[in-house]
Ligand binder design. Structure first.
Ligand code: ADP
Ligand code: MG
Length: 368
């Protein structure tokens, strides 16, 4: 019996799973991942990092070249895709063009030999769920792209699977519709309480929708955390750079003081930072400091800031909800500052000298 069989909260387990295509491409490397029952887990990463491959192995369309995948504690190697009881949604939703919406939805149920009345009932329920009531008689080409994608979501849910996989399902939609659908899918997940494994390369989408996010890079998971932890406490330089905007400063550790390190920057000034990296707890170690633009204070360089640094304003960009200030700090390169747009009175001109300030705990010292 595997461990997953003993822990009823683990729904899906990847154990040391690898996938090699041909002789050269190692798309997934020794992947260990537990997906908990009922959670919304997102695989997030750049294109080519192995997200789809991981999902396809779970769905049964690709075979691992190493390791094992268990669902409810049982190995699924020998179970064909259509017997895994998994609902799936892809970017190219691939509805049958000559069938109506209702026929498209009924199809997975007819395959499962459900009765006519039951099928009609479920088609109607699921159309309500994706907010398309009454559209069962249309053909796909009589629907907008967003509506077609809703039908694809409905089709994945209609046989009431315990596990739903989605691979970039909103990629083809425009920004506004995509954002609306993010909340709708999240809401459907909350109502159904089934396990969702979702793939996206869009960090905002991942932060918005997920209970937990696994950040993929080159076939491995760099970090697995809830959205807030991922954003506030990225553990590696890659994660800090991939999730959200991020100012980077290079430096050398001068001293280690408990949770913090003091770091000498190229400019010669010394700043305090939170020690995160594994190899930075000795004087002389190289570090990269990560600092979110919204945590930088401008001119604020008041007594409250743990660290201050003189800078010159290079550019002020009005973005609507915030003002983006590009600064040049001597020896520290370019630093982006985001100021919330609270008043129209603020005037800040390119060329002015400012003092930047930030808290030590907002400045993460990572391995270079
Ligand atoms: P993602 O979904 O994160 O963009 P993929 O899982 O699609 O990444 O791809 C991971 C790596 O595997 C990439 O280098 C990709 O080119 C390669 N790859 C994916 N599918 C195949 C395939 N069928 N044959 C060969 N290489 C593939
Ligand atoms: Mg992909």
């Amino acid at each position: 019996m595997t461990e997953a069989a003993m822990d009823p909260d683990v729904h899906v387990r990847f154990e040391n799973v690898s996938k090699r295509y041909g002789t050269s491409v190692l798309a997934v490397r020794s992947l260990d991942l537990d997906v908990m029952r009922g959670e919304f887990l997102t695989l997030l990463g750049p294109s080519g990092s192995g997200k789809t491959t991981a999902l396809m192995m779970l769905a049964g369309f690709e075979e691992p070249t190493g390791g094992e995948i268990t669902v409810d504690g049982r190995r699924i190697d020998n179970v064909p895709p259509n017997r895994r009881g998994i609902g799936m949604v892809f970017q190219n939703y691939a509805l049958f063009p000559h069938m109506t919406v209702a026929e498209n939805l009924a199809f997975p149920l007819e395959v499962r030999h459900l009765g006519r009345a039951e099928i009609e009932q479920r088609v109607s329920t699921v159309l309500d769920m994706v907010r398309l009531p009454g559209l069962g008689g249309r053909r796909p080409d009589q629907l907008s792209g967003g509506q077609q994608q809703r039908v694809a979501v409905a089709r994945a849910l209609i046989f009431q699977p315990a596990l739903v996989l989605m691979d970039e399902p909103l990629g083809a939609l425009d920004k506004q519709l995509r954002e609306q659908m993010q909340y709708e899918i999240k809401d459907i997940h909350a109502r159904l309480g089934v396990t969702f494994v979702y793939v996206t390369h869009d960090q905002t989408e991942a932060l918005t929708m997920s209970d937990r996010i696994a950040v993929f890079d080159a076939g491995t998971i760099q970090q697995l955390s809830d959205p807030a932890t991922l954003y506030e406490r990225p553990q590696t330089r890659f994660v800090a750079g991939f999730i959200g905007e991020n100012n980077r400063l290079d430096g050398t550790v001068e001293a280690v003081e408990g949770q913090h390190v003091s770091v000498r920057l190229a400019s010669g000034s010394t700043v305090r930072a939170l020690a995160i990296g594994k190899d930075i707890s000795r004087p002389g170690a190289s570090v990269v400091l990560s600092l979110r633009p919204e945590r930088l204070m401008l001119a604020g360089a008041d007594a409250a800031a743990d660290n201050t640094h003189a800078a010159t304003v290079n550019q002020v960009v009005y973005v609507g909800d915030h003002i983006r200030v590009v600064c040049a700090a001597a020896g520290a390169g370019e630093l982006i500052v985001k100021i919330p747009n609270r008043s129209t009175g603020q005037t800040l001109a390119a060329g002015s000298s400012v003092m930047l300030g930030w808290q030590a705990d907002d400045c993460l010292a990572l391995d270079p």
